[in-house]
Write a protein that binds this ligand. Structure first.
Ligand code: NI
Length: 167
C-alpha cells in the first residue's frame, strides 16, 4: 500500500471529470487500498480518486466512529434524493476550511464495490452528505464552489496569503 499525494484547491486538476471504471481489475483494487490508506492517514472521512489525481469514478468513505467500516463506491449513481439538510463540511483538498453546505438529506446510491458487485445503499446523515460531497469531486466540483461569492473571495485571499507564506 502507499500514501498518495492529495491535490489542494484551487489545483486545476481538481476540475477534471472522472471516467467510468470499465472493470474492477487488480489495478482498481490497488487504487482502492491506497486511497483508503491515504484517507485514514490524513485523517478524513472520505476521498475521491480525483483528489489523488486519478480521474476514475472511485470513492472511499468511512464515517464510523472506530474507522473500521470502509465503504467503496465505484461508478456511483444517485437513484433517489430527498429532503434537505445543512451540514458543516470540510475537505482534504481545502485544509483548514469548513463551511455549511445544503444537500439532499437522504440518497439512494447504486455503485459497485471492490469485488465488482453492484449494491444499492440507502444513506442519510453524515454518510449521505459524504457521498454527495465525494461524487461532486468526480464531476470536478469542490464544496467551496457552493459558497457565496463573498465567502469564496475571502477563501481565495486566504489561500493566496498561505501560498505567499509557503513560497
Ligand atoms: Ni472533498
Amino acid at each position: 500500500m502507499a500514501l498518495l499525494p492529495i491535490l489542494e484547491y484551487p489545483d486545476p486538476r481538481l476540475k477534471k471529470v472522472a471516467a467510468p471504471v470499465a472493470a474492477v481489475t487488480p489495478e482498481i483494487r490497488k487504487l482502492v487500498r491506497d486511497m483508503a490508506e491515504t484517507m485514514y492517514a490524513a485523517p478524513g472521512v472520505g476521498l475521491a480518486a480525483t483528489q489523488v489525481d486519478v480521474h476514475k469514478r472511485v470513492i472511499v468513505i468511512d464515517v464510523s466512529e472506530h474507522k473500521d467500516e470502509l465503504r467503496v463506491f465505484i461508478n456511483p449513481e444517485i437513484l433517489e434524493a430527498e429532503g434537505e439538510a445543512e451540514c458543516e463540511e470540510g475537505c482534504l483538498s481545502v485544509p483548514g476550511y469548513y463551511d455549511k453546505v445544503t444537500r439532499a438529506a437522504r440518497v439512494r446510491v447504486r455503485a459497485q464495490n471492490e469485488n465488482g458487485e453492484t449494491c444499492d445503499v440507502d444513506a442519510e446523515g453524515l454518510l449521505a452528505v459524504c457521498i454527495q460531497h465525494e461524487m461532486d469531486h468526480l464531476l470536478g466540483k469542490v464544496f467551496v464552489e457552493y459558497l457565496s461569492p463573498l465567502k469564496r473571495a475571502r477563501l481565495a485571499a486566504k489561500l493566496r496569503k498561505k501560498q505567499r507564506l509557503a513560497g
